[in-house]
Write a protein that binds this ligand. Structure first.
Ligand SMILES: NC(=O)c1ccc[n+]([C@@H]2O[C@H](COP(=O)([O-])OP(=O)(O)OC[C@H]3O[C@@H](n4cnc5c(N)ncnc54)[C@H](O)[C@@H]3O)[C@@H](O)[C@H]2O)c1
Length: 262
């Protein structure tokens, strides 16, 4: 028996090789039916196939989370077809690596539309159903950048701090309706996007990552997508029933380390 048997979980951005993939697989292994909201339907279908091969169940809905009509229709479809929406994981996000004074308005607006407004839209349309059910668990994926950041990451950091604030607001507003909301803040997680970013700053991705885990983290291993999935599954389960409004890092000890070990 899984700790999420019979639950319906929406995961945004569950396609590809990143964190969403890890979250979907762990939730499905714990018995949840996973619905992936994605713009990359092909990648999400591949994740569904992997989940089905492992004996789980998952489906894909084409939905751009930055578009209100897409999100509203996708949420309605889930509730109509599955008759409930128990878990919402807002994972989809894009990055922006630009100094604050050099970014243009289009870059800012695009990031805000997906990384903050998109998270809000998914919550906005899911919460009424969760209130009717008198239960629900929302888990928003922010980043260690919500509280400590690096040069060039200021605007991304602002969005992620916004996600954590939004999550606290949902927790206090809708706790009386049985809805919990928590933020999970990953450190550097293995995946395609991470490796592409690293490739822009280093010719040797493996060597860079090896050095990173030894110098910037307390724990000397690269965080894997399923490490994030494990915390998400716990927060979504009855084991997390008294946890709400929290922001929990899965960062191998990055936040608590005062300086690089280099
Ligand atoms: N990778 C990391 O090290 C890391 C660290 C901290 C936080 N995060 C956060 O975790 C989340 C996932 O990051 P990742 O690195 O796994 O990313 P990723 O690029 O591997 O996956 C993101 C997925 O979101 C989808 N997506 C993008 N825009 C969308 C939209 N408008 N509507 C629906 N789907 C959309 C993409 O198609 C993609 O499959 C992001 O919110 C990111 O900010 C990542």
């Amino acid at each position: 028996m899984g700790q999420l048997d019979g639950k319906v979980a929406v995961v945004t951005g569950g396609g590809g090789s990143g964190i969403g993939h890890g979250i979907c697989r762990v939730l499905a292994r714990q018995g949840a039916h996973v619905v992936i909201f994605e713009i990359d339907v092909e990648a999400a279908q591949e994740v569904c196939r992997q989940i089905e091969d492992e004996g789980g169940s998952a489906t894909v809905v084409l939905a751009d989370i930055s578009r209100s009509d897409n999100v509203r229709q996708a949420v309605e479809m889930v509730v109509e077809e599955k008759h409930s929406l128990d878990i919402l994981v807002n994972n989809a996000g894009i990055g922006l690596i630009r100094p604050v004074a050099e970014a243009n308005e289009d870059e800012f607006d695009r990031l805000a539309a997906i990384d903050l407004r998109g998270v809000w839209l998914c919550c906005k349309y899911a919460i009424p159903h969760m209130r009717r059910q008198k239960q629900g668990s929302i888990i928003n994926i922010a980043s260690v950048h919500s509280r400590a950041t690096l040069p060039q990451f200021g605007i991304y950091a602002a969005m992620k701090a916004g996600v954590a604030g939004l999550t606290r607001g949902i927790a206090v507003q809708y706790g009386p309706d049985g809805i919990r909301a928590n933020t999970v803040s990953p450190g550097l997680v293995d995946g395609k996007q991470t490796r592409e970013i690293v490739a822009r700053i280093s010719d040797d991705v493996e060597a860079y990552l090896e050095d990173f885990v030894h110098s910037e983290q307390a724990l000397p291993n690269l965080i894997q997508p399923e490490d994030i999935g494990n915390l998400v599954a716990f927060l979504a389960s009855d084991g997390g029933r008294m946890i709400t409004g929290a922001e929990i890092p899965v960062d191998a000890g990055m936040w608590v380390q005062l300086s690089s070990r280099r």
